[in-house]
Design a protein around this ligand. Structure first.
Ligand code: ATP
Length: 240
């Protein structure tokens, strides 16, 4: 069962017995994972394996989930960055930030300078007062990340952040993520970009057909494959 919620324990502790989109139609089962403070756990697996479903079970938006989800201290301060951008056609980028600030009860003196900084960091200043309907895929992805970073949560839950980001945006995103990890935030990130995941993640949960096929550090997973020199991609290939 998920363990303690004490200081020094995981920021996120998950056990999903079963979950899915319809009652009694389980899509994922037996998923256990923990995210440590300052840690980055990679959720990997083939298309349709159940990564997004796992994330939806964690944040509580699945119609059916038999699961125990514990955030440190029970507070549950997390930011979810979805794979598909979600936005309001009639609100500008700045109005989206204002709305996210209001939802998170951030005072003006906190969210306004932080938003300005994030816009500069993600090179979106010129889009500040534009409607997102005309944004490119990468700009929408950046907007989702910006909203996530605004609230400085204990846990980031990020579903495939790299698709659509150009190399510079990827670098900016990773450096911001590192700053947040230094602050003690933990990150659960689903991705198919395995060469990047191999470089940045502390540990991995490999999902296949709705179940955990492997977990642990890259060395743990290499051990499981019996291939001490293998890349994450090679292990992925062998185990799925
Ligand atoms: N809204 C939905 N309603 C019903 N079934 C769904 C829904 N979304 C996903 N599924 C099913 O749940 C299973 C797991 O899908 P999921 O989206 O979690 O996979 P994934 O690992 O995130 O895949 P990908 O890498 O392609 O994003 C699949 O069989 C999929 O068809």
């Amino acid at each position: 069962m998920p363990g303690s919620q004490t200081e020094g324990g995981p920021v996120l502790d998950v056990f999903i017995r079963q979950a899915g989109y319809e009652q009694d139609q389980s899509r994922i089962s037996g998923i256990r994972l923990q995210v440590k403070p300052g840690g980055l756990t990679g959720l990997i697996g083939p298309n349709g394996a159940g990564k997004s479903t796992t994330i939806k079970a964690i944040i509580g938006i699945l119609p059916f989930a038999d699961a125990v989800i514990a955030f440190r201290g029970g507070k549950g301060s997390y930011a979810y960055v979805p794979e598909q951008p979600v936005y309001y056609e009639t609100l500008t980028l700045w109005e989206h930030l204002a709305l996210a600030a209001a939802v998170n009860e951030l005072p003006d003196e906190v969210w306004v300078p932080r938003s300005e900084q994030l816009l500069e960091r993600f090179r979106l200043e010129e889009a500040k007062h534009l409607l997102p309907g005309g944004f490119s895929k990468g700009m929408l992805q950046k907007m989702m990340l910006l909203i996530g970073f605004l609230s400085k949560p204990d846990v980031y839950i990020v579903d495939e952040p790299f698709i659509g980001l150009d190399p510079r945006a990827t670098r900016d995103f990773l450096s911001l993520l590192n700053e947040e990890r230094e602050r003690g935030a933990g990150i659960l990130m689903s991705t198919h970009v395995l060469d990047t995941a191999e470089k940045i993640c502390d540990d991995f949960v490999l999902i296949d057909h709705g179940r955990m096929a492997a977990e642990g550090t890259l060395d743990d997973i290499r051990g499981l494959c019996g291939r001490p020199e293998a890349s994450l991609f090679d292990c992925f290939d062998l185990l799925t």
